[in-house]
Structures are given as C-alpha cells and as structure tokens.
Design a protein around this ligand. Structure first.
Ligand code: 8X3
Length: 250
C-alpha cells in the first residue's frame, strides 16, 4: 500500500511510518520540519517520501500532493493517516490563550479536512481507500482544560462518522482512533509550551500506552480485509479509567 502519514517526523507518525515500512508498505511522510523528514528518509530509504508541508498552510497542501513524483503519485495513494495534531495549554477556558485555540483549530481541524478533501476524489475514482483519523478520548469525555483541544477531537470523531455516511456505496473505509494517555512523545511537552517538568509529571508513576501501541493499531486496521470497517477504536492504558462527575457543593 501507499500510505500518507501526516505529522510523520516524530511520535505516533514516526512509529506508524516505521511499522508500515517494515511490513512492506510505502509512506509519504508529511511534516513541517524538513531536516527531520530527511533524517527519516535516510533511515527508510526509497520506501519513504518526505513531504515538508506546514499543515496550517492550507493553500500548500493540495498543490504539494498533486505534484508528487512517481511512484508516489496522488492517484496511487491507498490510505491516509491523519495523525498531525496537537494540544496547547491546559488552562481553563477563561484563562486560555486564544492563539493556542486558533492553532489547534487550524491544525487539528482545518489541516485535517483540507488533506482529506484533496485525497477523497482519488479514493472515489479508484473506489478504494482508507482514512484513519487520530482522535482522542478528549473528543468524547470532557475534562478541565480540555476545552478547545477536546472540541477539535470531537469534531474529528463526528467528521469520521459523517464521512462514512457520505461515502456509502464506495469501497472506502474510515476509522477514528481515540487514544487515552500515551507516553514517549512530545505531546505534553508541546501542550505545556516546552516545560519539561510539567510534561514529565503527566507520565510519572504511570504505565501509559506507547507510540508503538498506536502504530500497531494503525497497522492492524490497514491489514484487515477490505470489507471490514472499524468505525471507532478507543484505547487507554489499564491504569487510566473514569472518575465520578464533579459536583461543586454550595
Ligand atoms: C490525548 C489524551 O487525555 O491528554 O489526546 O487528552 S488526553
């Protein structure tokens, strides 16, 4: 398969690319940092095509994908893994930075729908394709400070299901993967604007999911027979679960 992976330079995206290439697929890896992508390309060689695009630069997405060289041409793409996304801040809504909100909306929503909109006509034309979106438990369960991040992931969840509705009759699969706590990535470092102590504290004394767990999930979904669609898959580490509702007493 030829698979587009967004956010391919680190974390989930790197591990997703790695396992797919190990299993004989080719990957077009999208990320902002060209140097990082070039490093990955030297590891994966001809099986990896580095495409340096900023997912918030919406106008650059379609032309970049439409000018991919052989054998990575847009009409040959079998799957899209919409992994790029970020959380910024954990302040309550009244104290959050509006710039953080806009950046999450631009990447997690606008970037995701733009690349999906670019590839969908080719999937429809080929009557074949798989879209795997990276949602989050934050899209289903509210938590303090989740505000816009959770909102963007709720969008991704519903967008995924609505794509399934629109694509009825076409042989196109759509899955939303909704992970809980995953360690071993820059997710919390980015969320806390580079505060390593705060980021480390999130995972202290936990046994969180790993990026490999997420990569294995993507690999498994792509390996299923073509008639099988996993609509949503929610996964958490065993040590993460649920709390009662918060009731503030007078
Ligand atoms: C990542 C999971 O709980 O930090 O999307 O929102 S959480």
């Amino acid at each position: 398969m030829l698979v587009v992976v967004t956010g391919a330079s680190t974390g989930f995206g790197y591990h997703i690319s790695k396992i797919l290439i190990e299993h004989g697929h080719q990957v077009i890896g999208i990320a902002r940092r060209k140097e990082k992508l070039d490093e990955i390309q030297s590891e994966f060689k001809d099986q990896f095509y580095p495409l340096a695009i900023d997912m918030t630069n919406l106008d650059s997405i379609e032309p970049a994908l439409k000018s991919l060289p052989a054998p990575f041409n847009i009409e040959k793409i079998d799957a899209l893994v919409n992994n790029a996304g970020l959380a910024l801040g954990l302040a309550t809504a009244d104290k959050a930075d509006l710039k953080d909100w806009y950046q999450m909306i631009d990447t997690n929503i606008k970037g995701l729908v733009t690349i999906t909109h670019t590839l969908l006509p080719y999937f429809v034309q080929n009557n074949k394709g798989t879209i795997i979106n990276m949602g989050s438990v934050a899209g289903t369960y509210p938590y303090p400070g989740g505000n816009v991040y959770g909102g963007t992931k709720a969008f991704v969840e519903q967008f995924s299901l609505n794509l399934r509705a629109d694509l009825a009759g076409h042989n196109i699969r759509v899955t939303n993967i909704e992970p809980g706590l995953v360690g071993g990535t820059e997710f919390s470092l980015v969320r806390f604007h580079g505060d390593q102590n705060k980021a480390d504290n999130v995972y202290k004394d936990t046994k969180a999911l790993t990026p490999e767990d997420i990569a294995n999930t993507v690999d498994w979904i792509l390996s299923l027979p073509e008639h099988v669609n996993i609509n949503r898959i929610e996964l958490m580490p065993v040590m993460q679960s649920f709390s009662p509702f918060n009731i503030v007493k007078r």
